[in-house]
Design a protein. Structure first.
Length: 176
């Protein structure tokens, strides 16, 4: 559990984006039938920059991060957008250790809301996954590289609104 606040700035042309966020995290768990809530003392945050390359639909992110367990580092992400599908790779360097992996986001069909009913069941809009290629030693023992998810529906596809990409997708749809 926790709170998170973020700021971002995108110039008019939209190829560059910069931002920062800060979060305060605690835990809330059930142990032996008793609800245990910790104090909110884990401070995390990042300062990041993004470049959107319009020809190939690439999104390149570079961030300086402080992660949940206090480790400091840098993360480089490279994503490619294919309409609503996004695939990418990342590298993470934190406290002298390196790690990496891949991530993707796939739209799930049938997520439109139906008619008004008392109870509705709805699938998420995307299936998103990030794979971390962990290795042994201090990376696993010291819990390095852990971040938290602000929203369960946050992924690399949703909210990708680079102006060149949006224009290209609109032209593709209109010229069909």
């Amino acid at each position: 559990m926790g709170v998170d606040a973020g700021l971002r700035y995108q110039p008019a042309r939209g190829r560059w984006l910069v931002g920062a966020n800060v979060g305060l995290t605690g835990s809330s768990t059930c142990y032996g039938g008793e609800w245990v809530v910790s104090t909110w003392r884990r401070v995390s945050g990042s300062v990041w920059g993004r470049y959107n390359e319009p020809h190939y639909g690439l999104q390149i992110d570079l961030a300086a991060v402080r992660l949940v367990y206090g480790d400091m580092g840098a993360r480089l992400d490279c994503r490619r957008h294919f309409g609503e599908v996004t695939v990418g790779v990342y590298g993470l360097f934190t406290d002298g250790e390196m790690n990496g992996g891949f991530h993707f986001a796939l739209p799930i069909p049938g997520t439109k809301r139906g008619k008004r009913r008392a109870v509705r069941f709805r699938l998420p809009e995307y299936f998103a996954h990030e794979y971390r290629a962990r290795h042994g030693g201090s990376y696993g023992d010291e819990l390095l590289g852990y971040s938290y998810e602000v929203r369960p529906d946050e992924n690399g596809s949703r909210g990708y609104d680079a102006p060149d990409f949006v224009k290209k997708e609109i032209l593709r749809i209109v010229t069909k």
